[in-house]
Design a protein around this ligand. Structure first.
Ligand code: F0G
Length: 371
């Protein structure tokens, strides 16, 4: 008997769903490496699997056979690396029977927590420093339906308050002090190794609360233990010069930087970060706002990659300390958030301007174009 296969229209919903499931999110992709049971409800927006983009212009600038890549984590579902941690933290919160979650945030965590919480049917609360959130991030949290509370204080004040709230009230804390966050975020290191075939020699990464640098190191070490990579990278963390408590060795009372995402004066994962520095023979260094903005513009104008200012700190650091990089090595810079998160910074710091007031005629437009 012959089996007849009926032709399936590509527009049938079933088919569409199938097409999308070739990547099922990072929990499914890396399940054996994650603290997930068969019964854990997986809350996912199909995060992860972000591109590792060769940065030709940066590689050429540095020369000496150094290959630079950017891990473009701004292409996650809510536009930042936080989704990696949030798929885990919210899945585990749901598994534990939570009804509500809370976070302090400079913006990206609040957007991500809100998206994953509503997807899981949980109520999101977010605490933010009034006036210091990039517009796109605030827009996201509001549209996802979070309860957004802005306080007259900075991120560090917000974090202290939400820690207390989570102790006293029935809400789960989903900042990076929640261990499941780092478990999810470590998968970015897996993806880099899966793509390169080994770990890079250097990993350059912006540092705020120092959760992500800790998570990456966990990921590289875990893969190393499973013989998936031969080397381990030097972990090079970069803080904004006026928000650089780890570099300075003491908390900064009033941190200040154009890179609002990393405007943090007392990182929650400080001790962990120092352990990473020591184990990887890495370094923490500061980059000025000017250096951050130069790298931000360079990424856009020469690589065609639009990230938010905080993300550009990794590239600013690479350029500043490039003389320390041995020849013929591989460097990955982590671009943590999408440029569209912060349109105001782009408009304020772009070198191009709109040529306005041009009459509506072909000749005038050609003239304005320089012909
Ligand atoms: N880059 C971006 C775009 C961020 O949003 C953050 C942190 C970092 C880098 C630093 O990562 O804290 O793990 O060292 N944003 C947090 C937030 C604080 O609330 O969105 P970290």
């Amino acid at each position: 008997m012959t089996t007849r296969v009926s032709p399936v229209s590509p527009y049938q919903p079933q088919n569409r769903v199938q097409d999308q499931t070739s990547w099922s999110g990072l929990i499914e992709a890396y399940r054996p490496f994650l603290p997930i049971d068969a019964t854990t409800p997986v809350v996912t927006l199909l995060e992860g699997n972000t591109p590792l983009v060769p940065a030709f212009s940066l590689s050429e600038r540095i020369g000496r056979g150094v290959s630079v890549y950017v891990k473009y984590d701004g292409l996650n579902p809510t536009g930042s690396f936080k989704d990696r941690g949030m798929t885990m933290a919210i899945s585990k919160a749901k598994e534990a029977g939570a009804k509500a979650v809370i976070c302090a945030s400079t913006g990206n965590t609040s957007a991500s927590a809100s998206a994953y919480a509503v997807r899981a049917g949980l109520k999101p609360f977010v605490l933010i420093p009034d006036g210091y959130l990039a517009l796109g991030k605030l827009a996201q949290a509001l549209l996802y339906g979070a309860e957004v509370i802005a306080i007259d204080g900075n991120f560090d004040d917000c974090l202290n308050i939400v820690k207390g709230i989570a102790q006293d009230y029935p809400v789960t804390l989903v900042n990076s002090v929640n261990p499941y966050r780092l478990e999810g975020q470590k998968t970015a290191a897996f993806e880099i190794v899966d793509r390169l075939g080994d770990a890079p020699d250097w990993l350059c990464i912006p540092v705020g609360n120092a959760g992500n640098i800790s998570a990456y190191w966990m990921g590289f070490c875990q893969y190393h233990q499973h013989n998936k990579c031969e080397k381990l990278p030097r972990m090079m963390g970069f803080q904004a010069a006026e928000a650089a408590p780890i570099v300075q060795g003491h908390p900064v009372k009033s941190p200040n930087t154009v890179a609002t995402a990393i405007r943090i004066g007392n990182p929650a994962n400080w001790q962990r970060a120092l352990a990473v520095q020591e184990a990887s023979q890495g370094e923490f260094n500061a980059v000025s706002d000017e250096e951050i903005l130069d790298a931000y513009r360079l990424l856009a104008r020469e690589e065609g990659v639009f990230c938010e200012p905080a993300s550009a700190a990794s590239v600013a650091g690479l350029l500043k300390f490039q003389d320390q990089i041995p020849s013929n090595t591989t460097v990955v810079c982590v671009l943590t958030g999408n440029g569209l998160k912060d349109p105001q910074s782009a408009i304020d710091h772009a070198q191009s301007q709109v040529k306005a007031g041009i009459p509506s005629s072909l000749d005038e437009v050609a003239k304005a174009m320089g012909f």
